[in-house]
Design a binder for this molecule. Structure first.
Ligand SMILES: Nc1nc2c(c(=O)[nH]1)N[C@H]1C(S)=C(S)[C@@H](COP(=O)(O)O)O[C@H]1N2
Ligand SMILES: [Mo]
Length: 513
């Protein structure tokens, strides 16, 4: 029957559950309050974002490799798990020493609050969600204890311990409240996000017509233009910033002749260019997915900077700041060397999607995104690398990081099985700024064979390629390499993405049956 040991164990478990439940209610209330104040200050997000910023680069690289774009989900899940374990602990402590347990919960919320106000660009309002989490969490735990105590006094026929009825009702009520607040928070957030449907100007200088890609003829090759919804996304954000385009502005300041602030309409009224440009992330491994080709509409970066006057500036860096204080550096000389650097306001014929920087972002052909492509941009400061360091500069990444020549095999897939006969090997290659001259394929370590190239879009854009191969049964190794129009060959020296981009050749193994 019921030994004192078993009873104490079930009591401990019950109180651990009270701690978890109270914390969930507190988090849901805080999430709702954050939705109407500062979404990023929601406790789990505030802790998660801080973890992202403090994670050492090698671990971050590992996480991106391991989890891909699910890395953020894994992070939020882990933070939640740790919080709930601590919450259970607080519940157990509270069973013996109520005040100590309650203080533990308040302390837990306090940590989230401190981290929220320490985030770049945050204000005192960011503390509010954590205060709400503390108040609601502690009150819920306190109340569950009262209900539990009351139950302990009642006779409970057939059931051991306190009457389950009161406890079940109270817990059910709290759980329902948590779910309701969570759902309401979600709704408020999506309501507040509003639309991104802005009127875009017709390009003053439109892109040339876009050719038909190889993907029509050879299944498996990356489409010549990446559909917006499939464009890779890489940023440090756990939530996508909701920017109100009517109050949004872009300021140019620092070492300029006069500080200027432009509205979206100011920008849209300037001379615009439309260009097909391939963006690449420095975290992309050779053969990896963080590369995409799109048609961008924007105002030439030089025109925007000229508004502020940069005549005899001593600056060597454009330090871009996004609406939440995240910073990205770009070498000033690169930005002004005549390439199609722009403040983009359109992507693939529509406004920028929120994930890709609505309402405006920088795009600089030939530079990895982390030193150029600032999304949700709100400020450009002309300064020096010596005076101010951007987010990734502080984390020891390179400051001048041109995209390395690279190529990728899209088809056949690594480790796939294909029937013997004519097999199309195909993929993409890029050498932004110079353009692709040749792509070669090597099977089983034999001589390099030239692949056929797809249509040329421009030198800032990737090039599709394919080779028809008479595949014989067996295990085969396929490698590819690209050469740019200056004759520079893709390096076969293996390098990690940190600190200035990966290099090496992709070699896959396939079996032909
Ligand atoms: N504000 C902001 N802009 C950012 C980032 C970021 O974390 N925050 N990430 C950069 C990186 S590393 C890359 S590769 C590109 C990716 O742009 P995309 O997500 O539109 O593909 O955005 C860049 N712009
Ligand atoms: Mo990146």
């Amino acid at each position: 029957m019921d030994t004192p040991d078993a009873r104490s164990r079930s009591r401990t478990l019950r109180h651990a559950a009270y701690g978890v439940l109270a914390t969930l209610v507190g988090l849901a209330a805080a999430h709702l309050v954050a939705a109407v104040t500062v979404p990023a200050a929601s406790p789990v997000l505030a802790v998660g974002s801080t973890v992202i910023d403090l994670t050492p680069t090698p671990l971050k690289e590992w996480a991106i490799r391991q989890f891909g774009t699910a890395d953020k989900l894994v992070l939020v899940g882990s933070v939640t798990l740790v919080v709930l374990v601590l919450a259970a602990l607080a519940g157990v402590v509270a069973a013996r020493l109520e005040t100590a347990g309650l203080l533990l919960l308040v302390g837990l919320a306090g940590v989230a609050g401190v981290l929220a106000v320490l985030r770049p660009g945050s204000g005192p309002l960011d503390l509010v969600p954590a205060l709400v989490a503390a108040a609601v969490g502690a009150t819920s735990l306190w109340w569950l204890h009262r209900v539990d105590d009351r139950g302990a006094g009642e006779p409970s026929p057939g059931v051991d311990g306190p009457s389950r009825r009161g406890v079940v009702l109270a817990s059910g009520g709290l759980a329902a409240a948590a779910v309701a607040m969570g759902a309401l928070g979600r709704w408020v957030t999506s309501y507040r996000l509003g639309g991104t449907d802005v009127a875009l100007p017709a390009a003053t200088d439109p892109a040339s017509s876009f050719p038909t890609g190889l993907e029509e003829r050879y299944a498996g090759i990356t489409p010549l233009r990446t559909p917006t919804a499939e464009f890779y996304r890489v940023d440090t954000r756990l939530t996508v910033p909701a920017v109100d385009v009517d109050s949004w502005t872009l300021t140019v300041d620092g070492d300029v002749e006069r500080e200027v602030t432009l509205t979206f309409d100011d920008l849209a009224g300037m001379r615009t260019i439309e260009r097909d440009i391939t963006l690449t992330c420095v975290s992309n491994e050779v053969g990896g997915p963080y590369v995409g080709g799109a048609r961008w509409l924007g105002v030439p970066l030089a025109d925007v900077l000229d508004r502020a006057g940069i005549g005899a500036t001593g600056a060597d860096q454009v330090l871009s700041t996004d609406v939440d204080g995240m910073t990205i550096s770009t070498p000033l000389a690169v930005a002004l060397d005549g390439r199609d650097a722009m403040i983009a306001i359109g992507m693939n014929g529509g406004p920028l999607p929120r994930e890709h920087g609505f309402p405006a972002r920088m795009v600089v052909p030939g530079l990895y995104g982390f030193v150029s492509a600032c999304k949700w941009i709100s400020r450009m400061t002309l300064t020096t690398y010596e005076a101010e360091q951007a987010y990734w500069t502080e984390r020891d990444w390179a400051t001048d990081a041109p995209i390395k020549i690279s190529s990728r095999i899209d088809t056949p897939k690594p480790l796939s099985r294909t029937a013997a006969g004519k097999v199309v090997i195909g993929g993409i290659a890029w050498a932004q700024g110079v353009g692709i001259d040749t792509v070669e394929v090597r099977v089983d370590g034999e001589a390099w064979r030239p692949a056929r190239l797809g249509p040329q879009v421009n030198d800032d854009y990737w090039r599709q390629w394919y080779l028809e191969w008479d595949a014989e049964p067996g295990q085969h190794f396929i490698a590819c390499r690209a050469t740019n129009k200056d004759g520079d060959v893709q390096s076969d020296v293996r390098m990690t993405p940190f600190p200035e981009g990966s290099s090496g050749l992709q070699e896959i193994s396939v079996s032909i049956t």
